[in-house]
Design a protein around this ligand. Structure first.
Ligand code: NAP
Length: 495
């Protein structure tokens, strides 16, 4: 059933060592009988890369049971012991960066250089939490009665279910697994159906690092619904951490309500990127390119609506369109490629729907605006002008390489437009004026704001959104707290 042999990328790359087209439960790789399987495709070629077992409710129950048993032992290890194993996992991830990147480009399509950058980013969470796991301090609180003493301690929340998307097949996993394991939780990972091979390769390296059986479990499937329902409804699971669409996030919150689980939700975005008249155009363009076109525009923090003040609009739009027109679209394994394919046909159709709607309502194409001659799932990086608030791309996350440039006159107008969305993940501002930077940062209803910066994700800062973009934070000290409960101890009658 393993058909990876057909895909010979480069003779010197040994990715097959990490190629595990299976699930992983209780320390064992699990396959299922023929017929209970699903295919993984390379979005650049539409060829099948592998088939994997279609897991369901039985495997989910088994994984929960295994994680529950493992949790009792894992939580009793010292933080130092747990963090030592995380450190070994981190080292192995970096040692295998080339192979992991090849697997990622195969199943996600992003250019190899972006896959490598993602593996470094993904590993940074393991590195950071392997340190932070040793510092989960409680507090000593001065009591209000003379014979009382008050302290708090932090304890792991328990079995944690981690459901992740395809756009960052490695980083969205390590950003959850590393703090969970450092805290003393055991985990069940459910990666996206398009990109389970990056997940299984990472799990394999965790196994090699010596993470005990049952502490990490991996469920793979094409149909996530029975798995999601069991993970949400089973009382032994105490935490759901989800990254994906707002629509699915709402289902998971509802399904988790009966057993009152702790939830973290990293959901969709509709990021405004605001360029004021006094901005440095070169910086604004460079950072817009990084924010908008990384991963073919398929990131939750991608600039989705670009607001440009009237005095700089012409200069900025021409400079941006010139750079965008230079991007090379192609297979992620071509060294010249800057922009890979979209993940699947529904991703492509969404970009086309947004473009068609905008054109019908008066938008003009500055560059791009169609599929390149390569066809398939590729789409030309595009810049649109003459866009307006009544277009679908104002309300919905495009998740593709389409940059609409809105024109605005003053600060209050742009703050209103930027906040006119149910989402609240990331926003960006370009200005040299400190007052504008502070005022707008404070008034934007978004969980993260980049000021003269189009990239803000890092393991040391709390990542997350407000409104319908989510609940909770990942990375940083706050990311650790998502996997811990605070217990208050009150000592009385101390003489
Ligand atoms: P998605 O459809 O919500 O899927 C995400 C994950 O949820 C996948 O593993 C999927 O499994 C699973 N899933 C879908 N329906 C489910 C259900 N009923 N029960 C349990 N699991 C279910 O999102 P996507 O299209 O893959 O990812 C793109 C979205 O993620 C965008 O909206 C983007 O903004 C968001 N995102 C947010 C962040 C953040 O940090 N805030 C980061 C990255 C992406 P299948 O693959 O099998 O369907």
């Amino acid at each position: 059933r393993v058909i990876m042999d057909e895909f010979k990328i480069e003779d010197n790359i040994s990715y097959k060592n990490l190629f595990k087209p299976y699930g992983y439960i209780n320390g064992e790789w699990i396959d299922l009988p023929k017929g209970k399987s699903f295919n993984i495709y390379n979005p650049s070629t539409n060829k099948i890369i592998a088939t994997m077992p279609e897991m369901g409710i039985d495997e989910t129950k088994y994984a929960i049971e295994s994680a529950k048993i493992a949790f009792d032992k894992w939580k009793k290890k010292t933080a130092k012991e747990r963090c030592f194993l995380l450190r070994k996992w981190y080292d192995l991830v970096l040692e295998n960066i080339d192979d992991l990147s090849v697997i990622m480009t195969l199943e996600n399509g992003k250019p190899l250089k972006e896959s490598k950058a993602e593996i470094i980013y993904a590993s940074s969470f393991i590195d950071w939490f392997s340190e932070e796991g040793k510092r989960t301090y409680g507090r000593s609180i001065p009591a209000t009665q003379i014979d009382k003493r008050i302290i708090t301690i932090k304890q792991p929340v328990g079995v944690s279910a981690l459901i992740t998307p395809w756009n960052f097949p490695a980083a969205m996993i390590t950003r959850k697994v590393a703090p969970a394991l450092a805290a003393g939780c055991s985990v069940i990972i459910k990666p996206a159906e398009q990109t389970p091979l990056s997940a299984s390769a990472l799990v394999y390296l965790a196994q090699k690092a010596g993470i005990p059986k049952g502490v990490i479990n991996l469920l793979v499937a094409n149909n996530p619904i029975p798995i999601g329902k069991e993970l949400c409804e089973n009382e032994s699971v105490r935490k759901i951490s989800f990254t994906g669409s707002t629509e699915v996030g709402k289902i998971l919150i509802k399904d988790s309500a009966n057993s009152v689980k702790k939830v973290s939700m990293e959901l969709g975005g509709n990021a405004p990127l605001i360029v004021f008249n006094d901005a440095d155009v070169d910086i604004a363009v460079k950072e817009t390119l990084a924010s908008k076109y990384r991963n073919s525009g398929q990131t939750c923090v991608c600039a989705n609506r670009i607001f440009v003040q009237d005095g700089i609009y012409k200069k900025y739009s021409e400079a941006l369109a010139k750079k965008v027109a230079d991007f090379k679209v192609g297979d992620g394994f071509e060294h010249t490629s800057d922009i890979g394919p979209l993940i699947d046909n529904s991703g492509l159709k969404k970009v086309e729907r947004h473009l068609d709607d905008a054109i019908a309502k008066g938008a003009k194409v500055l560059t791009g605006g169609k599929q390149p001659s390569l066809g398939g799932l590729y789409y030309e990086p595009t810049v649109l002008t003459e866009v307006a608030k009544n277009m679908v791309l104002f309300k919905e996350e495009t998740f593709g390489p389409l940059a609409p440039l809105f024109k605005f006159k003053d600060v209050d107008e742009v703050i209103n437009m930027a906040n006119n969305t149910n989402y609240g993940l990331a926003g960006y501002i370009f200005t040299k004026d400190l007052n504008t930077a502070w005022k707008v940062s404070e008034e934007l209803q978004f969980g993260m704001v980049g000021i003269n910066s189009g990239i803000l994700s890092t393991e040391v800062a709390p990542f997350g959104g407000v409104k319908e973009s989510g609940i909770g934070r990942e990375g940083a000290v706050e990311g650790m707290d998502e996997y811990m409960e605070i217990k208050y101890l009150c000592f009385g009658n101390i003489m």
